[in-house]
Structure formats: structure tokens, C-alpha cells
Design a binder for this molecule. Sequence first.
Ligand SMILES: NC(=O)c1ccc[n+]([C@@H]2O[C@H](COP(=O)([O-])OP(=O)(O)OC[C@H]3O[C@@H](n4cnc5c(N)ncnc54)[C@H](OP(=O)(O)O)[C@@H]3O)[C@@H](O)[C@H]2O)c1
Length: 257
Amino acid sequence: MSSTKRIILVTGANTGIGYDTALFLARDDSNNHVIVGARNEERGLEALKKLQDLNLKGTLSFQKLDVTSDESIFAAVKELEAKFDKLDVLVNNAGIVIPEPLTRAAMRETFEVNVYGPVILTDALAPLLKKSNDPRIINVSSGLGSIGLRLDATNQYYNSTSNAYRMSKAALNMASANMKYDYRENKFKVWSYCPGFVITDLKMGGAERGEASRKTRSEMGAESSETSAQGILDIVNGKRDGEVDLFVQRYGKTWPW
Ligand SMILES: NC(=O)c1ccc[n+]([C@@H]2O[C@H](COP(=O)([O-])OP(=O)(O)OC[C@H]3O[C@@H](n4cnc5c(N)ncnc54)[C@H](OP(=O)(O)O)[C@@H]3O)[C@@H](O)[C@H]2O)c1
């Protein structure tokens, strides 16, 4: 594809924040080409069709991508390299929550998706990102990953547990800092971004992932995941460029690392 377009890959874009992000980016600018990443082909193609049916200004395509599998990551990167001559924006959005008990298996599974996946994918995509004039990486983190906030009893999420998730997002924040360092000579801009407490399928406490978690989130006052997508759009469009070394959230706010 001609490199005059801004090429953007969003992982975990078949639902939730990833889906809304793909929607906002494709709706915003006819120059945007959004690649809808999803681990499940059926769910991914269904999301792609839903987006294409909206006749948005930008263009869209699908990429099968399971961030826990190196085989899937390397196959996807190969396909992307064949289709595109650069990548301008990578949104590492795919993520999971596994609540307590804090078993080795739960921690391992959480880190596979939330940490190892984005790190290995970013590394594999770096050659394509280096071909962009303005490479941007957005790592979708969480305020629950802030070490600075963990012992702040005034924070509204002080009593939230999900410690495997908290640790994984703290590790992802360090990965963001490492990416800034590793690609400093290539002028990569990297953000850790907290999308806020929003209504998605993401597992919430004892509720099953999906509709039950949406209901619990809604009852607890979570906002629409479109607000998260707007925050990502702002970053892509350069509105948070002055905060590239900070841990940013929506509405122009930041969290302590
Ligand atoms: N919702 C919130 O309040 C909130 C708050 C802070 C941070 N976040 C973060 O926001 C991001 C998006 O979460 P969400 O709330 O939109 O949750 P969601 O609705 O559950 O969506 C998660 C997405 O990640 C995908 N995914 C899971 N494992 C994957 C894998 N191995 N490879 C590729 N994709 C995978 C899911 O695909 P399937 O549908 O196929 O499972 C889905 O597309 C996550 O990183 C989450 O930690 C969310």
C-alpha cells in the first residue's frame, strides 16, 4: 500500500477499547488506514465488516494476531511487511485480567498477553516502524499499574486487587520506558496510556468476562470505551506530544509512574 497513508495497527481490535479505537481512527481521517488485529479470525472479520459497513473516511483491513504466540506474531509481521512499506502507529491494546487467587499460572498467563506480547510484537515490528517519518507506539496500560499510586489510600482503586494485572501493567510501563530508550535514535514516540475505567467485556471481579462484566462495570459507574478511544486518537493526532515521557490518561491527565 502507498506510504502516503498513515498505517496504524491496533491489537485486540475485535471488541472493547480496541474496536472503538479502530472506529475513531478510521472515522477521523481519510488518510488513516487501520489494521484491525484480532487473535480470532471470525471475530476479527466480523468487527472489520461492522466497521466497513459504517462507510468511514479511512480504510481498514484485518490482521490475524495472537500476541501470546511467537509463531502468530512473526507470521503477522511477515504479512504486514508484504502489504505495507511502513508502520506509523502501533497500539498495543490487547489485554486480559485474571483476578485472585494469585497462582503461578494466572501470573504467567497475564504476563504472556499484557507484557511479553507487546514487547515481542514491538520488537518484531521495529523495522517497519523505523520506515515511518513519525513512528508512534501506544501501550494501553492501566492506573492499576502505577507503583506510585499503589499505597495511596485516597485513590479510588486502592482496594482493587487483581494483583497479577497490576504487576503486568507496571511491567508494561517499564517496557514503554525501555522502548523510548531502545529506539531513541529512531525518534520513536512511546506512551503508556491508561484508558480509564470503562464498559467493556474485560473481566471484572467475580463476574465472567463479557456481558456480566459489562453490567458490573456499568453499575460501578464506568464510562463508555469511546472515551478511551478518543484519548488514543488525541495521542495519534499529536495532542499529547508534550507528554511523551509521562504516563498519560484521558482528558489531558496523567498518572504517577
Ligand atoms: N476496560 C477498562 O476499564 C480498562 C481499564 C484499564 C485498562 N484497560 C486495558 O485496555 C485494553 C483493552 O481492554 P478492554 O477493556 O477493551 O477489554 P476487552 O473488551 O476484554 O478486549 C480485550 C481485547 O484483547 C484481545 N486479546 C486477549 N488476549 C489476546 C491475545 N492473546 N492476542 C490478541 N488479542 C488478545 C481480546 O480478544 P478476544 O475477544 O478474542 O478475547 C479483545 O479483543 C487492555 O489492555 C486492558 O488492560 C481496560
